[in-house]
Design a protein around this ligand. Structure first.
Ligand SMILES: [Zn+2]
Ligand SMILES: [Zn+2]
Length: 256
């Protein structure tokens, strides 16, 4: 699997865009940044969006992606996938013909450019060439982390936004997680704020990693809040026994 980093920041600043990770050109993990990072051809190849939660920074590229697709390629279909509360929020509060058009009936209800799929947390679901296992994580709104396994074997775990949590780590026992994308939003001095807002700081991440039965070969960090980036980076470097890499937008990595 080849993962392109369209955005990876926990806030917006020049050169720091909201989270969106494009897998093999077709499966988008969160959609905080799309049109700012991809040309028209690349946008048209996206068929599925796996959304961790309904917060704007993880979603705001999707309304514009649909607006663009309907203009240039109205025959295509984008499937938006998430847990039931997330899909319900998106339908009610975004694509409601008030904030943005209801693209699930455009150009017409039987051939719409947007469709929804509620994913189960009970068992893995097959989406194209991937098997997806969804698990609830601990954020201020309903939020899901995803294990994405390619049919050929490689697997990537993406937690999305979360504070300290348990279920997703437990569930990874028995799975060979090759790469992990996990968030760290605040420096250690803001730990109580991180906990209140459902996020991690470096010392909380260290405790989370200890809950894993096996540490993945690669651990990538996302969602740093821009004003604290340097401080977080130096605190992450002091976590022993693991090698952590900050994700940089415009780059890519492969999961072997
Ligand atoms: Zn969030
Ligand atoms: Zn976020």
């Amino acid at each position: 699997m080849e993962i392109s980093i369209l955005g990876s920041a926990g806030s917006e600043a020049p050169g720091q865009n909201s989270p969106a990770f494009l897998i093999d050109g077709c499966l988008l993990l969160d959609g905080g940044t799309v049109g700012l990072a991809l040309d028209r051809i690349a946008r048209c190849s996206i068929t599925h969006v796996l959304l961790t939660h309904a917060h704007l920074d993880h979603f705001k590229g999707i309304p514009f992606l649909l607006d663009n697709l309907v203009a240039v390629n109205p025959a295509c279909n984008l499937q938006l996938i998430s847990g039931k509360e997330v899909i319900a929020d998106i339908r009610k509060h975004i694509f409601n013909n008030r904030i943005w058009p209801d693209f699930s009936v455009i150009p017409d209800p039987r051939n719409s450019i947007l469709s929804y799929r509620v994913i189960s947390t009970r068992r893995p679901e097959v989406i194209g060439d991937y098997k997806i296992l969804a698990t609830r994580v601990n954020h201020t709104v309903p939020a899901y982390g995803y294990l994405v396994e390619h049919v050929s074997g490689p697997s990537l775990l993406y937690t999305g936004d979360t504070g300290p949590t348990e279920a997703i780590w437990k569930r990874m026992r028995g799975h060979d997680v090759k790469a992990l994308i996990v968030e760290v939003s605040f420096p250690n001095e803001m730990m109580s704020f991180a906990l209140t807002t459902g996020h991690l700081c470096p010392s909380l991440l260290e405790a989370e990693l200890q809950k894993m039965a096996a540490i993945p070969d690669k651990i990538y960090i996302s969602h740093l809040k821009a004003p604290f980036r340097a401080k977080i980076e130096s605190e992450l470097a002091r976590i022993p026994h693991v090698s952590l890499e900050l994700l940089e937008e415009g780059t890519s990595f492969s999961v072997p």
